[in-house]
Design a binder for this molecule. Structure first.
Ligand SMILES: CC(C)(COP(=O)(O)OP(=O)(O)OC[C@H]1O[C@@H](n2cnc3c(N)ncnc32)[C@H](O)[C@@H]1OP(=O)(O)O)[C@@H](O)C(=O)NCCC(=O)NCCS
Length: 124
């Protein structure tokens, strides 16, 4: 068994600026349909939630980097954050086949200016 973790912090204004400047092209390149639906439901607070998901994807890449030979072979939308009914987030790997992963956990926090995420991976 091996446990690895990754963490990432991001300034929310950077994500807000990208969304305002690039609109759907940016949203669809970085976020899945489910993530967009979730963040848009947060109305005025949506940038915090988008930024948190961006941080979660970066954190996932860090936690999994030892398994990924070419990090540019990974798309942003290969990772998806979903929340259960209590709001607890989970990280799903969609487009890539990473072998021997037993479990992945993600934790997210955001405030007015920053969003942060930590991903922990348990592998065989
Ligand atoms: C869930 C909770 C911890 C979130 O904390 P917060 O300071 O309001 O907000 P944060 O920015 O730090 O965290 C928000 C993120 O928490 C995560 N979250 C929400 N519910 C969660 C849960 N049940 N378990 C784990 N993570 C959760 C989500 O990922 C959310 O971000 P997202 O909506 O973008 O996915 C808080 O709302 C809560 O319910 N606290 C309980 C308070 C309490 O009972 N205290 C007394 C005993 S300690």
């Amino acid at each position: 068994m091996r446990v690895t973790c990754g963490t990432d912090i991001i300034e929310i204004y950077r994500i807000r600026e990208s969304i305002e400047k690039l609109g759907e092209a940016f949203l669809n390149r970085v976020f899945t349909e489910n993530e967009i639906k979730y963040c848009e439901s947060k109305k005025k607070q949506k940038y915090q939630h988008y930024a948190a998901r961006f941080a979660a994807k970066e954190a996932a890449l860090k936690a999994l980097s030892w398994k990924i030979e070419d990090k540019y072979s990974i798309c942003w939308t290969d990772f998806e954050v979903n929340n259960n009914i209590q709001g607890r987030p989970a990280l799903k790997i969609i487009g890539i086949d990473l072998k021997d992963i037993e479990n992945i956990d993600v934790s997210i926090s955001h405030c007015k200016d920053y969003a942060i995420a930590t991903v922990t991976v348990l592998s065989k």
